[in-house]
Design a protein around this ligand. Structure first.
Ligand code: SF4
Length: 324
């Protein structure tokens, strides 16, 4: 990839588990286990996987809302993971996050205008009160809200409108990268579509790049240029959206796709039901993390050796011994 805005190299995040009277570290949660990918300017990468697979932790480590245990994050050629506090604070303007629960992330005691305008004050982005007010109105209108709503409070808005407020707040600092962390997961399907359409319009208008995190493949299909599938802290498949949805190579992706609703009810897709639950990330299975549930597992090799994420065809990467 020539014009990478973001590069994630071998990212690892382990959360220590403490126990006993002295609160010693007794174990660790392997939340992210060597994740690497690049994101081109103007691209949308969907990051998908079941709850607890490490996708949100990956997003937060990229922004350094959580400190990674190991690995590197590069943004526009600068190493984010090596930055000190001051450099990181100015870099934070370029990388913003939109959260799943817009209500929890909006201060209920602040008016919508104050919420959207907060970053303008923190980063000194407007010169006077007039400019400040005008910019808030501009941001609200950009996300489909109106100027007369700026004096209202979050509880007066619907879930979809609250997510629009969250987007307006993120846009206030003119970011280049938006991490959308399950940004539409809590919304009804029709509202999801409206917010996704809004994000697509904003991307075209403002030249934004998205890391779009979701637990559902059907949510990211429409918006993503490429999709990465995660399982227990690792990326198991990464391809263009068209290729991943039509020619999946990893047994886990095949199972996720088989559970997706199809628009034509006369078309019957064979459902692959995975046995058991996702294993604990405290003691993930040896070898291929998916071997305990994989319908195609090859006994010893899968149990003992972790498959590398390898390029199978142009731009299509998969981590599975069957594809090596
Ligand atoms: Fe299944 Fe083995 Fe491939 Fe893992 S490496 S996905 S266990 S076949």
């Amino acid at each position: 990839m020539t014009d990478a805005l973001l590069q994630v190299k071998n990212l690892v995040k382990h959360f220590p588990l403490t126990g006993g009277l002295l609160a010693r570290v007794v174990d660790k949660v392997h939340a992210v286990d060597g994740v690497s990918f690049e994101l081109a300017r103007g691209e949308t990468l969907g990051l998908v996987g079941e709850s607890g697979c490490g996708k949100s932790t990956t997003g937060r480590c990229i922004l350094r809302l959580i400190e990674p245990t190991a690995g590197e994050v590069w943004f526009e050629g600068k190493c984010v993971t090596a930055m000190g506090k001051t450099e990181l604070r100015s870099m934070a303007r370029d990388m913003q996050i939109i959260f799943q629960d817009p209500y929890a992330s909006l201060n209920p005691r602040m008016s919508v205008g104050a919420i959207v305008g907060e970053a303008l004050i923190i980063h000194k982005l407007t010169r006077n009160a007039r400019e400040y007010q005008d910019r808030i109105v501009e941001l609200l209108e950009t996300v489909g809200l109106s100027a007369d709503q700026m004096r209202r409070y979050p509880h007066e808005f619907s879930g979809g409108q609250r997510q629009r407020i969250g987007i307006a707040r993120a846009l206030a600092v003119k970011p280049k990268l938006l991490v959308c962390d399950e940004a539409v997961s809590a919304l009804d399907v029709s509202i999801q579509a409206q917010v996704i359409n809004l994000l697509e319009d904003l991307q075209a208008k403002l030249d934004l790049t998205y890391l779009f995190i979701a637990h559902d493949l059907s949510v990211v299909e429409h918006i993503s240029d490429r999709v990465a599938v995660m399982y227990l802290g690792r990326i198991v498949e990464l391809a263009t959206a068209r290729e991943l949805y039509t020619t999946p190579l990893h047994p886990y992706t095949e199972a996720l796709l088989s559970a997706m609703p199809v628009p034509d009810p006369s078309f019957k897709r064979k459902r692959i039901v995975l046995q058991g639950d996702v294993p604990s990330p405290i003691h993930p299975p040896t070898g291929c993390h998916f071997h305990t549930r994989c319908p195609k597992a090859q006994t010893d090799l899968c149990r003992q050796q972790a498959p590398e994420l390898k390029q199978s065809s142009d731009g299509h990467w998969v981590a599975c011994h069957l594809r090596s």
